[in-house]
Design a protein around this ligand. Structure first.
Ligand SMILES: [Zn+2]
Ligand SMILES: [Zn+2]
Length: 318
């Protein structure tokens, strides 16, 4: 039993994994850029109308809620409990975003919380040197470039609860099919609503690729900009920030300093006046009996973490 005697590795790095990462990067990070350029070019054939607007908005909302409520608040941080059906639906919508299968996404994000802005953080903007060059390099790395090739967090270590859930593993195994469905669905709706092939192509380009591009850059901006710029109402050991301006488009994700300070909270806004559509969905699910055990932090706990004005913890500001 030599394997058992060896300490379990936290990350895995080998040519096979890196090949898969490169393929994923080209298919789901580069291709949406080309698809979005194609969507603008296709305006010559078919102008942007109500159908395109409905498809890009509807698909952004579904997949965005799948990521923030499903992937992030439910599966990564277990901030509430729900039924297996709601969990599966959220996992499917999250998968359609093309940001990785649920088990890998959760493992990567748990490692981000464990190592935030330290060695081992998969996407910190603060570890690429000082000065404006270092900051720019850090932003490019954390926003986009890290996904080309990175250490893969061992899911046995980081997501044992998920790989024990057979239903969720089945959803994760079908990941590529869910992404394809997320592209075909707007094409089908676009074609049926307009009864034309150009409507189908326009649906694919706007509701599929451009929507994927839009949501990806919103989510990546949390990893990059909101670990460098923004406000810090709470003390936390990393350099996370809040960005009120992104609150609606990020469905509440941009209260990122709040989230690092209270990762167990289903509410990222924490106060009703901080817009947090992801939490509104969780509250709605709770109101109809489909979510329970919402772990919102008490006023005392929040007060104990208020930013006391300690110096900036950003390594680049040191
Ligand atoms: Zn998180
Ligand atoms: Zn973070």
């Amino acid at each position: 039993m030599i394997e058992d005697a060896a300490p379990r590795k936290k990350t895995i790095s080998n040519p096979y994994i890196h090949r898969l990462q490169r393929r994923h990067f080209l298919l789901f990070d580069i291709l949406p850029i080309i698809g979005t350029a194609g969507a603008f070019a296709f305006l010559i054939v078919r102008p942007f109308g109500v159908t395109e607007l409905g498809l890009i908005f509807g698909m952004w909302l579904l997949t965005g809620l799948g990521i923030t409520v499903g992937y992030h608040r439910l599966f990564t941080h277990r901030t509430f409990k729900t039924t297996p059906t709601v969990a599966a639906v959220l996992a499917v919508f999250g998968s359609m975003a093309g940001q990785g299968a649920v088990v890998s996404w959760v493992a990567l994000h748990r490692r981000h919380h464990e190592c935030s802005d330290q060695d081992g953080d998969p996407h910190s903007p603060n570890l690429s040197g000082t000065g404006w060059r270092g900051r720019l390099r850090g932003l490019a790395h954390s926003h986009f470039l890290w996904m080309r090739r990175h250490e893969y967090p061992n899911v046995v270590h980081y997501a044992p609860d998920l790989i024990r859930d057979r239903g969720l593993v089945r959803v994760a195994r079908l990941y590529y099919w869910w992404v394809a469905l997320g592209l075909l669905l707007p094409a089908l709706i676009g074609g049926l609503v307009t009864l034309s092939w150009t409507g189908a192509v326009s649906g694919l380009l706007w509701g599929g690729f451009a929507r994927m591009f839009l949501l990806e850059h919103i989510v990546w901006a949390i990893n990059s900009f909101l670990h460098m710029f923004g406000t810090r109402p709470y003390d936390s050991r990393e350099n996370s920030r809040n960005g009120a301006i992104f609150a609606l488009v990020s469905l509440g994700e941009s209260w990122h300093n709040n989230h690092h300070a209270f990762p167990e909270s289903p509410s990222f806004g924490l106060d009703w006046y901080r817009l947090d559509p992801g939490y509104w969905l969780i509250k709605t699910l709770a109101a109809v009996g489909l979510a329970r055990d919402l772990k919102v932090p008490t006023a005392d706990r929040r007060e104990s973490k208020r930013n006391s004005g300690t110096p900036d913890v950003s390594p680049s500001a040191a």
